[in-house]
Every structure is written in structure tokens, then in C-alpha cells.
Design a binder for this molecule. Structure first.
Ligand code: G16
Ligand code: MG
Length: 217
């Protein structure tokens, strides 16, 4: 029986990918690296450090450690200026209803995100109080597809992985949920999230009845 609902942040609760893209794009322009929206797909669910490594690889560039740190900082400052302006209108369709229903049936609600900015984002959109536990980029040492982020989340609310479901938009996140022995629900396209136990285009497609009757076999 599922009693713990673990949410990824970017691409599941809010669409912050567009803000990551704007900030990475400006940095790539400065480095004279061609960086498109298609390239941005490679960065979804990936840590900040790994994201910059991927962008440098795309441009076949190497930079000094000092510049690497300076660029990471610069990108994050710009990203923070975008999330500063976020509000509840940016919560993705159906998410609020799902969170309210899970609260009603007394399910535990956990965040499992690669972002180090997860808490301020949840605060900005007014969702912080829904969460019984938050695991973010500050708490993990191994990135998705490693299951660490979700296993720590389950531990924080004293749940067994078999009683957890994970909502994820990234392939690496679905793989992490599967490796953790949790039920995996993809939010996005079936063709991309093939390894998920179920896939929905957004939370409006997930009924309350479905959420209540979830089982992990
Ligand atoms: C999110 C995004 C990634 C981003 C990562 C780190 O992960 O999908 O694109 O690189 O967080 O973000 P930050 O620079 O804020 O630490 P998730 O796991 O919420 O999808
Ligand atoms: Mg995501």
C-alpha cells in the first residue's frame, strides 16, 4: 500500500527549466558556445556542476577551476533573480489538487529534487507547508539515476521504499525511483519515460481515486 508520495520539483511541481535555460543561455553566449532549447533537455534533473560540464563539452571548451566556480555563481545569481519573481500561478496543472487530496488521505508528502534552490522555490509558490520532508541538492552526494535522493526522503518520514511512489519528469529520475524499489510515475511523454510504471501528461490526468488506490508490487 502506498502511503508516501515523493515529488520531483522542476518539471513536476513547477516549470523552472525555462529559467535555468535563460541563465545557462546567457552564460553559453558569453563563452561563445551554441546552446539551444534542445540542448537544455540534457540538463533536466542534472546538478548545477554537471550542467556546466555538459555545456562546456558541447562547445569543446575547457576553463580554469576559478572560472568554473565564477560561472556557476554567475548562473545561479541570474537564476535566483528569476525565481524571486515566482508565485502560485506557476504551479503546474493539477498539482495543488493532488497535494490537497494526499493531505486529506493522510499520505506523507516528500520532495526529492536535485536543486539546491528547492526550498526558496516552494516558499515562493506557497507550497512549503505541504511537505513533511524535503530532500534537495544540499542533502545528496550522488545524483539521479542513483536512488539516494529518494531513499533519504523515505527515511526522513520513516517509510519503507515499497510504500513510496515517485513523480518524476526526467528519465534519470524514473531510473532512480525504480532502483529505490519505489513505484514510478512519469509526468511527460510515454515515449521518453518508457521505464516508468505509469505515465501521465500532467496531474490533471491523475484522479484522486488513482492516487488513493496505488499499490507497489
Ligand atoms: C533541477 C533541474 C536541473 C537543475 C538542478 C539543479 O532538478 O531539473 O535542470 O540543474 O535542479 O538546480 P540548482 O542549480 O537550482 O541547484 P529537479 O531534480 O528538481 O528536476
Ligand atoms: Mg525534474
Amino acid at each position: 500500500m502506498i502511503n508516501t508520495y515523493i515529488f520531483d520539483l522542476d518539471g513536476v511541481i513547477v516549470d523552472t527549466a525555462k529559467y535555468h535555460y535563460l541563465a545557462w543561455k546567457n552564460l553559453a553566449d558569453e563563452l561563445e558556445i551554441d546552446f539551444t532549447k534542445e540542448h537544455n533537455e540534457l540538463l533536466k534533473g542534472v546538478s548545477r556542476i554537471r550542467s556546466l560540464e555538459i555545456i562546456l563539452d558541447l562547445g569543446n571548451k575547457t576553463i580554469s577551476d576559478a572560472d568554473f566556480d565564477r560561472f556557476l555563481h554567475k548562473k545561479n545569481e541570474e537564476y535566483l533573480s528569476y525565481i524571486e519573481k515566482m508565485n502560485a500561478s506557476e504551479i503546474l496543472p493539477g498539482v495543488l489538487n493532488a497535494l490537497d487530496f494526499i493531505k486529506k488521505i493522510e499520505g506523507k508528502i516528500v520532495l526529492g529534487s536535485a536543486s539546491k534552490n528547492a526550498k526558496p522555490i516552494l516558499e515562493k509558490v506557497g507550497l512549503l507547508d505541504y511537505f513533511d520532508a524535503i530532500v534537495d541538492g544540499n542533502d545528496v552526494s550522488k545524483a539521479k539515476p542513483d536512488p539516494e535522493v529518494f531513499l533519504i526522503g523515505a527515511e526522513k518520514v520513516k517509510s519503507n521504499p515499497v510504500n513510496c511512489v515517485v513523480f518524476e519528469d526526467a528519465v534519470a529520475g524514473i531510473q532512480a525511483a525504480n532502483s529505490a524499489g519505489m513505484l514510478s510515475i512519469g509526468i511527460g511523454e510515454k515515449e521518453i519515460l518508457k521505464e516508468a510504471d505509469f505515465v501521465f501528461s500532467d496531474f490533471n490526468q491523475i484522479s484522486n481515486e488513482f492516487l488513493e488506490k496505488l499499490e507497489n508490487n
